[in-house]
Design a protein around this ligand. Structure first.
Ligand SMILES: [Ca+2]
Ligand SMILES: [Ca+2]
Ligand SMILES: [Ca+2]
Length: 713
């Protein structure tokens, strides 16, 4: 293997406590822009590469978004959960209002807190010797095997603990399985932080080189020299958030019952880097839009597979497996048939060859480069429920496609599709921008902005209905994955299910795609359906969680953000809205009087910090609910391709994705590992009490008890 290994280095701690202020950065961003046209291109790339701008822009990522592809407007005040920032078109809530109108759930300033927020104590609900080991009862409730396909390996493989943390190397019938670390860990044990600089080059030196374009993002051979990548960092204990409680609420009864234990993964954006209709060429444009290029993109399948393996191992090691999994959209980067197929193959389990066009082996031999086949163990028997995202159905996630785009994607000529984007096509600087792709025959996947590439009919872009049917017909559990054929026939992917059969917990999955641009929209028809679902749940005293690809802040159109939030909070059995799309972690609360719920957004798989998360809903007794949220980094041994991908993902943050990636990452800690508290009505918890639930709180008893020794250099 010829990896440019980025070694962990010591980085001076950046000033912590950076206050998010979207508006301030928006203004500075405006000042920095050299032309409206340049802004337009950034906009397109933002949409194309991030899943959309409004939701992707945190404090450091502000840029405008296209409105219906025609005009430019500033994004809504993004939910950063720390400071309420309000752009001009969204006046701030009046002092007497409790609902920030048009502003997605924002955590209110501390003075509104009814209870102080403190690091969550570890609650020993079922005290047992804390030896960091799971009881070895040899009784795995789920061996993770699918019933009859015979494809899956024995899991987990029992191996002797190695002296060091060398990876478990396995293969299935000669096809390599991407290795995991010997021991599992969550971010309660270990995190990865962006790093820049070495003894020879300070972080300031390297930033100067980047600003002067003397160090550009495609120069992978310089990453190690300049010390850009990740370093191992401190564990992150849960932060307790009790904004929805009243001071009069009783304390924990310590009689917790685990109602639901599930995994969320979002925005893997599986990439066929050899596809000729990609936009990597803009990296070399006059203004060097470095974010158009993802150095980690060639490893997108590795990143997703490692996340899948990491989560599944934890499920297997828990007292009970995950009840279900949520896949909150953007499973492909460009809606291509092969990208979808790779995702579905990894979910199912089996051999995956992430190569397209002609068969390449850029580094001779198996299992040593991004285009080599590998064996994915799959998600096993964990039932999974998808929410469709904009990248699953639009060209590069931001615009409907036509025959011209389709032909460009499946053809062998590099066709410059910037001509196709009207906003850009006529501008004087147009010639500097072009499509580009990565050469899958070269060890470092070199960027090509001209010439031909071997064509591949599997690069065909899928229609929305094809994507929905792909989810519906995918193997694994449950049959149909929740999708409602009747609603699908109308072109929509929303549905409502009981994810734990026979239990009064309802999952409502929304289809927030406008179909016209990257941002969200909701038809009146879907809104009315949602209202019916919520009323039905209320009549049956059920607990409700909502999932969707887009967060509320991305919602525009007839169904306003306020109207949507008002509906979700109309029934206090709705406790949680789970989203993706933004490529960062955020938490916010919507509160109106006695009512309210939490909205939580998960980072993406494809971009730094590349995390998934485990939720656990615990009924603490008497209607008090704790929602445990624990983020996962994929457990990749050092030096493996997935580990390299995480380093590369962090590198990209230093090339224009964030003004200060380290400070942003530190600040985001407030939205990663959390315990969210809320209350549910008496009739709902009395209903829950009619059923038997596990009294093992997996977050406490399993996740918090992993023992992982960080690598000592
Ligand atoms: Ca490939
Ligand atoms: Ca190829
Ligand atoms: Ca190879």
């Amino acid at each position: 293997m010829s990896f440019h290994q980025t070694k962990p280095i010591n980085v001076r701690k950046s000033s912590s406590g950076a206050v998010f202020n979207a508006l301030r950065h928006l203004r500075s961003w405006r000042n920095d822009m050299k032309s409206i046209w340049h802004a337009s291109v950034l906009v397109l790339l933002c949409a194309a590469y991030l899943g959309g701008c409004a939701e992707t822009q945190d404090d450091d990522r502000q840029s405008p978004v296209l409105d219906g592809g025609k005009t430019i407007h500033t994004p809504g005040a993004e939910q950063d959960g720390t400071t309420v920032t309000v752009p001009d078109n969204n006046p701030p809530a009046g002092p007497t209002e409790q609902i920030p109108d048009q502003n997605t759930p924002q955590e209110q300033p501390d003075e509104r807190d009814t209870k102080p927020e403190t690091p969550a104590p570890s609650i020993p609900l079922n005290p047992k010797p804390d030896d960091g080991q799971k009881p070895d009862d040899g009784q795995k409730p789920d061996d993770g095997k699918l019933p009859d396909d015979g494809k899956l390996p024995e899991t987990p493989v029992e191996v002797e603990e190695p002296a060091d943390d060398s990876p478990i190397v396995k293969d299935v019938k000669g096809v390599p399985v991407l290795p995991l670390t010997y021991k599992p860990y969550t971010t309660l044990q270990l995190t990865h932080r962006p790093a820049i600089g070495t003894k020879s080059f300070t972080s300031a030196d390297v930033k100067t080189l980047i600003a002067a374009h003397e160090f550009i993002i495609t120069q992978k051979d310089k990453y190690s020299k300049y010390g850009v990548g990740v370093e191992e960092s401190a564990p992150e204990p849960w932060i307790l958030r009790e904004k929805l409680l009243k001071a009069s609420d009783p304390d924990l009864s310590h009689k917790g019952k685990s109602i639901a234990y599930f995994w969320q993964v979002s925005d893997p954006q599986i990439i066929d880097e050899e596809s000729p209709c990609r936009m990597e060429g803009v990296t070399y444009a006059p203004y060097v839009v470095a974010s158009a290029y993802r150095p980690q993109g060639i490893y997108s399948t590795h990143m997703f597979d490692l996340h899948l393996q990491t989560a599944r191992r934890i499920s297997d090691l828990s007292t009970r497996p995950f009840d279900f999994a949520l896949v909150t959209g953007d499973i492909s980067d460009n809606a291509q048939k092969n990208e979808h197929a790779w995702f579905l193959r990894m979910m199912e389990g089996g051999v995956l060859d992430p190569d397209t066009g002609v068969d390449d082996d850029p580094i001779e031999g198996p299992g040593n480069d991004y285009n080599d086949p590998f064996y994915s163990p799959g998600i096993g028997k964990i039932p999974w429920y998808p929410a469709i995202g904009n990248h699953d159905m639009l060209y590069m996630g931001f615009t409907p496609w036509d025959e011209k785009v389709q032909n460009a994607c499946t053809g062998g000529e590099l066709v410059d599709l910037f001509d196709y984007i009207k906003l850009v096509a006529s501008h004087e600087y147009r010639d500097g921008y072009q499509n580009g792709f990565l050469d899958g025959s070269t060890p470092d996947a070199e960027l090509r902005t001209s010439g031909k590439t071997p064509a591949d009919p599997d690069r065909r872009l899928l229609s929305k209905i094809e994507v929905l049917k792909g989810f519906h017909d995918a193997p694994g559990l449950p049959k149909g994955h929740g999708l409602d054929p009747e609603i699908m026939e109308k072109g929509w992917g929303y549905y409502s299910v009981y994810p734990i059969p026979g239990r009064p917990l309802r999952l409502i999955t929304l289809d927030t795609n406008s179909g016209e641009f990257s941002e969200a929209n909701m038809t009146t028809e879907q809104f009315n359906w949602l209202e019916e679902q919520i009323k039905d749940a209320e009549s049956k005293d059920e607990l409700v969680i909502v999932s969707s690809h887009h967060g509320t802040s991305a919602l525009s159109g007839t169904v306003t953000q306020a109207k949507f939030q008002e509906l979700l909070s109309s029934y206090p059995g709705v406790i949680l809205h789970i989203t993706g799309h933004g490529h960062f972690n955020r938490s916010s609360v919507y509160q109106k009087g006695e009512r309210g719920y939490w909205e939580v957004m998960l980072a993406s798989v494809v971009d730094f910090p590349s995390q998934t998360r485990i939720f656990e809903i615990v009924h603490e007794g008497e209607g008090l609910i704790s929602i445990y949220i624990t983020n996962l980094d994929f457990n990749a041994p050092k030096g493996t391709m997935a580990d390299l991908a995480l380093n590369y993902a962090a590198v990209r943050e230093f090339f224009g994705m964030s003004k200060d990636p380290i400070a942003s990452w530190d600040a985001e800690k407030e939205h990663r590992n959390l315990i969210l508290r809320t209350r549910i009505p008496e009739k709902v918890y009395k209903n829950l009490e009619k059923y038997e639930w596990s009294d093992v709180i997996e977050s406490e008893e399993t996740l918090n008890k992993f023992v992982y020794q960080p690598t000592v250099e």
